[in-house]
Design a protein around this ligand. Sequence first.
Ligand SMILES: Cc1cc2nc3c(=O)[nH]c(=O)nc-3n(C[C@H](O)[C@H](O)[C@H](O)COP(=O)(O)OP(=O)(O)OC[C@H]3O[C@@H](n4cnc5c(N)ncnc54)[C@H](O)[C@@H]3O)c2cc1C
Length: 575
Amino acid sequence: MTEHTFDAVIVGAGGAGLRAALELAGQRVAVVSKLYPPRSHTGTAQGGIGAALGNLEEDYPEWHTFDTVKGGDYLVDQDAAELMCQEAVETVYELEHWGLPFDRTPDGRIAQRRFGGHTRNFGEAPVRRACHAADRTGHMILQTLYQQCIRHDVRFFNEFQMLDLLVDEGTCRGIVAYETSTGELHTFHAPAVLLATGGFGRLYRVTSNAHALTGDGVAIAWRRGIPLMDMEFFQFHPTGLYRLGILLSEAARGEGAVLLNRHGERFMERYAPTLKDLAPRDMISRVMYQEIRAGNGIDGKDFLHLDFRHLGRKVLEEKLPDITEFVRTYLGIDPAEQPVPVVPTAHYAMGGIPTNNDGQVIVDERGTPLRGLYAAGECACVSVHGANRLGTNSLVDILVFGRRAGRHMAAYLRQAAREPVMVNPHSTVEAQLREWQARSQGEPPARIRDDLQALMMDKVSVFRSGSGLAEAAEGLRALRERYGRARLDDRGRRFNQDLLEAIELGFLLDLAEATVAAALHRTESRGAHYREDYPRRDDAQWLKHILVYRGEDGRISFRYKPVVITRFPPKERTY
Ligand SMILES: Cc1cc2nc3c(=O)[nH]c(=O)nc-3n(C[C@H](O)[C@H](O)[C@H](O)COP(=O)(O)OP(=O)(O)OC[C@H]3O[C@@H](n4cnc5c(N)ncnc54)[C@H](O)[C@@H]3O)c2cc1C
């Protein structure tokens, strides 16, 4: 057991964590990450970061805010969205000044492309707002931020996995982490902690998310009594590679690729006459399943086509090189010659740990902060995405709110009391590890994980119903029982992935429970949460965020946080 003392600890080295760390450079700050930082998921973001630079056509942060609010089906907190869309502009220029190699217009300005749901003049027509570096935008952002962190001597603890959060009398006091290479526990004492641990797409069988996206920070916060917000909203991205779920970014449709059914029909024209294939993701994913259910899948099967053929080889190789390569590698198809089989894929968690606009974690509907604890990025819920995130808005979110959280932490540290270190801070984790090490009988956790992912895909994905969700809740109880009897194959100390995956499965089970509970509770359809038994949006009853709590006795309860509406009253959502 090793003890460390820092001013601030940041858990997660993706875009949100690294951006926050830069605001704390100069203080004693540690970044703790279960992955080597450049392997964080931000690096896979393809299509772009949204900012109303107006480089190719007229654009304003107000239009960006409107699109964000409408895209989120009016569940977005509009004060937060206004901040995000305004600060997006300076955030992108900041990255440019740090050397990020954006694509350029012929006159040398940052190039911008179209993306789903982004419009000019409050919904009139698509606008070019996504700033990009080919289809490797996230990779470039992550490398740029990491270089800046190295330059500012930020201290990294790589391949250290947080397993617990230290909360004592309403104050966060640090974390406990497991060092993968040794199996040793480390306690990090610090008056300020930021959770930036990313999303949890691994809840689902078909997903664009990598193996590591198991929502650790979100689940650990929930275990420590912190509520989760907007958990019923999980985004399915329309274009995942058939059967694999690997993402083909919206940049593809931004550059002109179109969706086709078995009749070669560009079916989105029927459903969204103005934006067509660039309608928001929740709408397109639903329409795709409707087409498949109506027998319009390719050859009557359960997939559709994304057609790039008319774009020509030059556009594919210069603007979409990674996507082109994925299609060739994983399906053996040349997208310049053949249409590509696609299906919706689980992509993004709109819900997570509730925060205010400075990244402080809040514990109730009145916005009461938990002293010393912050969250930013996909694990957090500000809420700027409401019921459905627009493409390019996560990269903005992680940078704008990562920066705001880092700044607030720096100010907080100037007046925060340095409490005495806690006694036995690692006891909960130690007991958990001992229990796992003792288990040599039972089934392997991997089988339970497969069943969990299949259950979530079947009952809690694009279409939901009260009866299906009740079956999911029942199924989860059975999975939890099996989990309580699961065994480890590897009971060694060093690089014990078996152990860590078993622990991560516990996090996923918790997050599934929160998701299903909130989805059952919300008896309406809004954004990514579509209930076949309640197909309409119900503003009178449900224009509010659900905070879901789990008590020490395991009981779930709900509270409601009002949606902040500043300029845009809810309207019917047509595209
Ligand atoms: C394929 C793909 C393409 C995308 N394209 C776009 C796009 O074009 N535009 C856009 O806006 N958004 C895009 N997104 C979404 C966006 O990339 C992510 O939402 C965003 O990058 C998340 O950043 P983050 O900093 O919150 O988390 P991440 O980048 O996921 O980082 C999480 C960090 O937390 C660490 N961590 C996790 N658990 C623990 C633990 N227990 N202990 C210690 N460390 C831990 C990890 O090591 C990692 O460093 C895309 C997503 C995917 C999957």
